[in-house]
Design a protein around this ligand. Structure first.
Ligand code: IPM
Ligand code: MG
Length: 358
């Protein structure tokens, strides 16, 4: 029987609460499946660790993660520590050092969950956003000069490399090809950003030739927001830069009912380093410790984790359990208009996993 080593990093805010629930559910799926087990090791990295040690994770933290089969992550962000420290000291450090360059964000209207769009049913909104996750606007290149003076300058330089652009576009084309509609939309802003974004368009013209069976089109990011709202049926797989996809994926999550259900995979497709799976929602300081965080984003991220491990039957079982619970509206968390606690939603999904005979 296979055993997978999972590193669990709850991080900050509601992160630890949802990851704990996620680990419970993943173990239940493994037990039910019987073909594999999970060995989970938990790392207490994040804001509290920073208060004690002055760093978000130990110096050799990323090295420690390398032998794991996958990383299950909660959230990074603390009301008393500047965001750029929590982000760059933990999540981005892991993503960038392990070169998890493909950030994959599916959005779907789950049964029983109403999105804000009128006359849009489950079949009308089924997208996967592929976010470049290693460079672009998040490259960290830039600086500040003349600090505090009237002439002060702040610069963030977006970095696009041929290797970086080509690999994410290729990844997105392959993903689009694996989906029934075989359709990919490239999002840029090449009318205004005439260097890096035109470069994205140029690389795409070359790479897409290797995928004649994938239907492609292009959108400017501003027009893309209206298309997502007005013609959701016209989209399937979407590829965009780090920042553009960051913005579009929040919109996508909101259009499917709640940020609380949306999942993410930070993939290292070459598999020489582990990939990382996390809910898209942040640390949500306002509901810390209240036991009402919606764990579904974390469960769906767990589905992606199982898929990545090569356990498609278990992944399917977990997704079906989540959809059974949302569909029955038996345990609805406050973000979705109900009053169920994290525990109640978790118990409902556990029961659905254990009770399923398929
Ligand atoms: C996300 C988040 C992060 C990002 C934040 C927390 C910095 O918004 O995962 O989408 O921008 O990458
Ligand atoms: Mg975001």
């Amino acid at each position: 029987m296979g055993e997978y080593r999972i590193a669990a990093i709850g991080g900050d805010g509601i992160g630890p609460e949802v990851v704990e629930a996620g680990v419970e559910v993943l173990n239940a799926v493994a037990e039910k499946d019987g073909g594999f087990s999970l060995k989970v090791e938990t790392f207490p990295w994040g804001g509290d660790y920073y208060r004690k040690h002055g760093v978000m994770m130990p110096e050799d933290g990323v090295e420690t993660l390398k032998p794991f089969d996958a990383i299950y992550f909660g959230s990074a962000g603390d009301p008393n520590i500047p965001d750029h420290i929590t982000l760059w000291g933990l999540r981005l450090k892991i993503c960038q050092t392990l070169d998890q360059y493909a950030n994959v964000r599916p959005s779907r209207l789950l049964p029983g969950i109403d999105g804000p769009l009128k006359n849009v049913g489950p079949d009308d909104l089924d997208w996967v956003i592929v976010r470049e996750n290693s460079e672009g606007e998040y490259a960290g290149v830039g600086g500040r000069v003349h600090t505090g003076l009237a002439e002060e300058v702040g610069m963030d330089v977006a970095v696009f490399t041929r290797a970086g652009v080509e690999r994410i576009q290729r990844f997105a084309l392959e993903l689009a090809r694996s989906r029934p509609r075989k359709k990919l939309t490239l999002v840029t802003k090449s009318n205004a950003q005439r260097h890096g974004m035109v470069f994205w368009d140029d690389v795409f013209e070359v790479v897409r030739k290797d995928f004649p069976d994938v239907e492609t089109d292009k959108m400017l990011v501003d027009a893309m927001t209206t298309r997502m709202v007005l013609k959701p049926q016209s989209l399937d797989t979407i590829v965009a830069t780090n920042l553009h996809a960051d913005v579009l994926s929040d919109l996508a999550a909101a259009l499917t009912g709640s940020l609380g259900i949306a999942p993410t995979a930070n993939l290292r497709p070459e598999r020489d380093f582990p990939s990382m799976f996390e809910p898209i929602h942040g640390s949500a300081f306002d509901i810390i410790g209240k036991g009402v965080a919606n764990p579904i984003g974390c469960f769906w991220s767990g589905v992606m984790l199982l898929e990545h491990l090569g356990e498609p039957a278990a992944a399917k079982r977990l997704m079906a359990a989540v959809e059974r619970v949302t569909g029955a509206r038996e345990a609805v968390s406050p973000d979705l208009g109900g009053n169920a606690t994290t525990r109640q939603v978790t118990d409902a999904v556990l029961a659905a996993v254990r009770g399923a005979n398929d």
